[in-house]
Write a protein that binds this ligand. Structure first.
Ligand SMILES: [Zn+2]
Length: 233
């Protein structure tokens, strides 16, 4: 059952990826009605929200756009930097949305920053510790006393939960950044009504990739809980 769910999640993630790519390809060719560039849009969005001192940087690649909190940079890729397509402006405004979250001290953003360094370790170690607990329950319970394996498994599950929380918070943050970016596009009238719809479609498709990461980690968590089972009496 677990494997079927994981295969379904994998297939859905492929669909989401290809849909996002085709939306980006499509809307990278259409300039926004106002002709504003991604960089100008970011500047205006930051100014309107009284966020100063951010640097907009050009980075290589496509869809590699990101906000760097440590350096205070909004990094825009080849297909975004100084471009005036719907995709470029939407993506740049999304990244500016992250800069606003950071500057305004959004709670979820702080939580994400705090747990980010531990996520890789917790998700990997969590699985192994849970399995170790299950093995202890099966083979060593008599020597180590009742419930020891169960306790070890529970520790593993708690560790893995950190990763699930991280993906949930990330999804929340990504949707919020898209909302902020999209609202700016609407408020400043950079795009036509039709283009506003296109921008929304694109931003939400990008956010769906985070939803699938959350679904996958949640399914793994359920699997770990099933492996551990109930406490033996
Ligand atoms: Zn983002």
């Amino acid at each position: 059952m677990f494997y079927i769910i994981m295969i379904v999640i994998f297939l859905v993630s492929l669909i989401i990826q290809s849909r996002l790519k085709s939306l980006v390809a499509k809307y990278s060719k259409v300039p926004v009605a106002s002709g504003i560039t991604a960089n100008e849009a970011v500047d205006q969005m930051l100014k309107e929200n009284e966020v100063y001192g951010m640097v907009v940087k050009h980075i290589d690649g496509s869809l590699t756009d990101c906000y760097n909190s440590k350096e205070g940079t909004i990094n825009l890729s080849d297909t975004t930097y100084n471009q005036n397509s719907i995709a470029a402006v939407a993506i740049a405004c999304h990244e500016a949305g992250h800069a606003l979250q950071d500057a305004k001290g959004m709670g979820a953003y702080k939580v994400r920053q705090a747990i980010a360094p531990a996520v890789n370790f917790c998700s990997t170690a969590g699985v192994y510790v849970t399995i170790a607990g299950v093995l202890i329950s099966h083979f060593l319970e008599r020597n180590l006393g009742n419930g020891f394996g169960y306790t070890v498994s529970t520790i593993g599950i708690v560790m893995y939960s950190v990763a699930v929380i991280f993906y949930a918070v990330t999804l929340w943050i990504e949707r919020d950044a898209s909302k902020r970016g999209w609202k700016a596009m609407q408020q400043f009238g950079w795009v036509s009504q039709d283009q506003l719809g296109a921008a929304k479609k694109l931003l939400w498709a990008a956010g769906d990739t985070y939803a699938i990461a959350l679904a996958s980690s949640a399914a793994t968590l359920v699997r770990l809980l099933m492996m551990r089972g109930g406490r033996r009496r």
